[in-house]
Design a protein around this ligand. Structure first.
Ligand SMILES: C[S@@+](CC[C@H](N)C(=O)[O-])C[C@H]1O[C@@H](n2cnc3c(N)ncnc32)[C@H](O)[C@@H]1O
Length: 314
């Protein structure tokens, strides 16, 4: 049993859009793959199984507890699974260290894992009272408590609006500053609920605030922007990159990046002649994002906002 993780969480883990990821990457024997957000190793398991007996996979995660869990689970694959504690923003560096000039498939499954969400002391959930942490990487010097207790009111409002799309961002920021210091998820959730009321049907009133803080603590959007060009550059011809996102901010970044890299010219539409010289490097395989079906959402309600986009290297 891993310290800090309830056994029920470990046994129940179910990767989102599992079949769709395996189908999209269509792993082959002898291929080289990357799971850039290893988590509990669910997608990795499927890729290694499908690329047996000799496909290789690099698995990356910044969370040492996730790595420990995945390492135990994936030990049956022996040296075919190379697991490292690293950010997906260092993809190019990790591939260079392995002397892999290119790879055949890359999966990025963004967001919080079930184990992180269900481990109260990580501070990702407002369902239980816990320290305001929210870091994927425990060596990250910034925790959610630092942001809510030290940022000026205007900066908190901007953060909630930009990353949480919270329409009452100014009122929530004012309430947070008046209630400081805030130490726990429960305190923060109560302060936000006091301002925003009961929220939309089925959605906790603090959902947007927690999402915004998590994105800011982990610099999630910047990390995604750093990752995408490295992923596309690393792919072999006909290699595929598959990204699962959980909110519109992430999905927009993936959509726009794939669109730009699938075009031969990115000059402004009114310009009569191309001066950019841009050449398409990918083909988009998902004109619309793939969403989980009703059966998956019923079995795993956390999958409901997932969107998968896939691109293939030309
Ligand atoms: C939704 S989970 C992935 C679940 C995984 N696909 C599975 O099948 O179990 C997302 C994971 O990404 C990790 N993560 C977050 N930011 C990261 C980063 N910059 N680099 C690498 N991993 C990161 C988190 O720690 C978490 O374990």
């Amino acid at each position: 049993m891993l310290a800090g993780y309830p056994s029920v969480v470990i046994s129940m883990h179910r990767p989102v859009l599992y079949q769709e990821i395996i189908h999209s990457l269509s792993p082959q024997r002898g291929g080289h793959y990357v799971d850039a957000t290893l988590g509990a190793g669910g997608h990795t398991w499927g890729i290694l199984e499908a690329s047996a007996p000799d496909g290789l996979l690099l698995g990356m995660d910044v969370d040492p507890q996730a790595l420990e869990l995945a390492r135990n689970k994936l030990s049956v694959f022996g040296s075919r699974a190379i697991l490292v504690r690293a950010s997906y923003t260092s993809l190019a560096e990790q591939l260079a260290a392995l002397k892999w000039p290119s790879v055949d498939g890359i999966v990025l499954d963004l967001g919080v894992s079930s184990m992180q969400l269900d481990t109260p002391q990580r501070g990702f959930s407002f369902q239980v009272d816990a320290p305001l942490d929210m870091r994927f990487d425990p060596d990250n010097p910034v925790q959610a408590a630092d942001l809510v207790n030290t940022l000026p009111e205007g900066d908190i409002a901007d953060l909630l609006f930009r990353y949480g799309e919270e329409h009452q961002s100014r009122r929530v920021a004012r309430a947070i500053v008046q209630a400081r210091p805030l130490e726990t998820t429960g305190q923060l959730a109560r302060v936000v609920a006091g301002v925003t009321g009961s929220g939309k049907k089925g959605m906790h009133p603090a959902t947007r605030t927690f999402q915004a803080l998590r994105i800011a603590v982990n610099r999630e959007l910047e990390a995604l922007e750093e990752f995408l060009p490295q992923a596309v550059t690393s792919l072999a011809s006909a290699g595929r990159v598959a990204v699962i996102s959980f909110h519109s901010l992430e999905d927009r970044i993936v959509k726009q990046y794939f669109k730009k890299e699938s075009q031969d010219c990115i000059c402004p539409p009114k310009q009569p002649m191309c001066t950019c010289g841009h050449k398409a490097v990918v083909r988009i395989l998902t004109r619309r994002p793939i969403r989980p079906g009703a059966t998956e959402v019923n079995a795993n309600p956390r999958a409901r906002s997932a969107r998968l986009r896939v691109a293939e290297k030309i």
